[in-house]
Design a protein around this ligand. Structure first.
Ligand code: AMP
Ligand code: ZN
Length: 139
């Protein structure tokens, strides 16, 4: 629990939220400014700023909860699919520095697009081999 963290304060109950699910390590609640009907945020109860700080068990718990909630959202709101994602870091649009997964239910004809609509930079598509090598070296 971090006193200066908005989501820690929602998780502790100090601030009100529309909680939809909780277990020993996970807290899920409606986004206050939803991108579509049912837009839900899923967060570890423990404070981590970034996705890359999580351990394997934290990741498993976070994404298993995201999977369950995605199924429930699609059923509850008759959605035909969802966007499931994390804004990781300020440069990627993260506004609240407590890691959370967005599940945004999608319907045919809703006017939205896919994950590559988040950003599209000029990238050399002829050099994918070097790109792969560079990444493999870092792993
Ligand atoms: P991100 O940009 O990935 O950090 O997402 C932060 C999300 O938190 C935004 O979609 C906000 O609408 C949402 N948000 C901000 N304050 C609250 C709140 N008090 N309760 C629920 N959602 C919130
Ligand atoms: Zn926090």
């Amino acid at each position: 629990m971090r006193e200066d963290c908005l989501f820690c304060r929602l998780i502790s109950g100090e601030l009100a939220s529309y909680k939809v699910y909780e277990d020993a390590s996970i807290f899920a609640f409606l986004d206050i400014n939803p991108a579509s009907e049912g837009h839900t945020l899923i967060a570890p109860k423990k404070h981590f700023e970034s996705f890359t700080e999580l351990g394997a068990e934290d990741v498993a718990a976070l994404f298993e909860a995201a999977r369950k909630i995605t199924l429930a959202l699609e059923k509850a709101f008759s959605a035909e699919g969802s966007n499931i994602g994390i804004n990781n870091g300020e440069v990627a649009g993260q506004e609240v520095p407590h890691v959370h997964v967005h599940v945004i239910p999608r319907k045919k004809g809703d006017g939205g697009r896919g994950i590559k609509s988040v950003v599209w930079t000029e990238t050399d598509r002829t050099d994918l081999e070097n790109m792969a090598e560079k990444l493999k070296k870092a792993l």
